[in-house]
Write a protein that binds this ligand. Sequence first.
Ligand code: AMP
Length: 220
Amino acid sequence: MLLKSTEKKIDLVFIGMPGSGKGTQAKILADTKNFNHVSTGDLLRKEIGKDSQLGKDVKEVIASGALVSDELVLELLKTNTDYSVFNYIYDGFPRNVTQAKAFSKYHELKPFNVIYFKLDGRKVVERLSNRRMTPDGKYIYNLISSPPKVRGKCDITGVDLIQRSDDREEVVRKRVEIFEIETSPLISFYSESKNFHEIDAELAVNSVTREILKITEMTH
Ligand code: AMP
């Protein structure tokens, strides 16, 4: 949704372990508030869908649980967003301090809040191995906490649900390790700033949404 001239211009950056609920919350806020949701993981999966050489390379990296190159991700982000026109929720970006520094430079004309979804690494495997979604990633279920009404089918569209190949247990463990090594330094990088907020990602989905709204209302 385009920003009205009276609306405050501020973006949200979501940081957290895989499965900490960033995507779920970003989708809720994009549906109910004036935010566009941009997920670098989704942008990369779209590249894979194109079946180009770049797509093949990206597929291999994602399947291993490692991070795709900073240059590629930043380029994809720049070509798919226009922060002067929309308010964004950046989901899964930045993922390391190099990306955070490049983002600050690129994004220097607009303020942003950083929300850290705090979740114990042990919870991640449990959550992700039970995660199922529509092939486009739009509707997300959890077989334990939010199962579909009909087994294996999306409640909204009726399509067959899939499990992301990188949600398999051995890849999830690798993704958690990568988070601890590459992404967790971002927490101290941002934590000095007054725009940094930590949320307990173990809370129920609607409680997390309420917490984020409190932060955005406080700062918007
Ligand atoms: P996500 O959908 O955010 O869980 O991302 C899935 C995978 O895409 C990650 O495990 C990485 O391989 C890749 N990816 C997503 N965002 C980034 C990023 N900002 N930097 C590098 N790789 C990324």
